[in-house]
Design a protein around this ligand. Sequence first.
Ligand code: HAM
Length: 432
Amino acid sequence: MPKRKRKFNAVSGMFDILPSEYPLWLKIEEVVSSIANFYGFSKITTPILEEEELFVKGTGQDTEIVEKQMYSFKTKGGKRVVLRPEFTPSIVRAYIQNGMESLPKPVKLWSFGPVFRYERPQKGRYRQFWQFNFEIFGDKSPIQDVLLIQIFSDILRDLSLSKWIVEVNSIGCKECRSYYLRQLKNYYKNRLREICPECEKRLKKNPLRLLDCKEEKCQRVKKFAPQIVNSLCEDCHQYLKRVLEILDTIQIPYVLNPYLVRGLDYYTKTVFEFVPQDKKEGQSALIGGGRYDYLINQMGGKDTPAIGGAGGVERIIEEIREQKINILAKRVERFEKKPKMFLAQLGELAKEKSLTLLEEFRKNKIIIGENVGKDNLKVQLEQAAKLGVKYTLILGQREALEDTVIIRNMETGIQEIVFIKDIVKEIKKKVK
Ligand code: HAM
């Protein structure tokens, strides 16, 4: 009897990207890369294999990812390693290890690559999937949270996806969260018979995760659970209020979801997820992220506020296909040159207007530097000088109120005032 030859299949939950699919993948990377370059993010690629401990400490010991979903094994040398289940702890490691802590802030890094989670494979949920990942280190201003949300909105819009909404919440800081957790535990302790066995464990180990459970009976209990937004300290409350105000001003569609907690342990204050507008049962987020002001310090670095987020490429491709969108013909601008101008701002209103102005410039393919989280005008002018730009646009408190901008010629020091609505036209004349 001749031996039957065995045919092999890819490992369950993992897929080939076929030549016929490549144009779409490349287009997505091109769109992400263009927006990353415009907003001053530098690309970083870290190894796929990392020490297991990095994620136990970073992602969190009691998260689903670390407890159940890591591809971990021992190397021949006896070291425990994992295929990265997400980017964030790796980027933080690389930032500290490579001396990037001494760079001027904020440090903005983006990545594109595969990550691995041992989940039950189903539509939109794979064991190897690709993420585009953005991190901003060293800025604690709420404008930066909104800037990141604006960046992700741009990516979806540039991919012609419009049927999504951003869910936003705050999960507070060390102080207010411990008060909230006590309330949450008390609420659930009285309802032990109404929750699943997994949630009983969560109540002991990581009560915030109770709000993440997808079991129907647990969803019913969650409906009346205390909401963290009612327990935020004054600082976190004001912070969330500001984030929502700016989102309103720049007209990004969002809802406040008081039960959004995210499945990773490092978050503080703002958390967000981009979800399809008419989300079907079981359908999950396209993009998710949040602020994580303690992680860098926890991982051995200096006390550094941070915010980031990541999008799932396969899920976005599924949306594009479902909506029968043809993005292959779309021309994507490459922003590889250095900025010829810089936008400096002062005051809260000016910051809000800066976000819209930056988008105007991006749409008009004019690259412009910024540091919207900074409050000090002198520091921003010094940054502009260092970049060697010919013009700096100054949007101060008075200009923001009057809807004007100052154009400062950095070589001659001559300044002129123009209306915001005319600024792109004026600049086009100057930098032609
Ligand atoms: P995450 O929410 O775990 O966040 O993942 C981000 C995105 O990856 C999700 O919104 C989804 O599109 C995609 N994704 C997650 N799991 C799967 C899966 N099994 N199959 C297909 N796609 C999936 C993070 O990973 C954080 N590191 C984001 C972040 C960066 N936060 C701060 N900085």
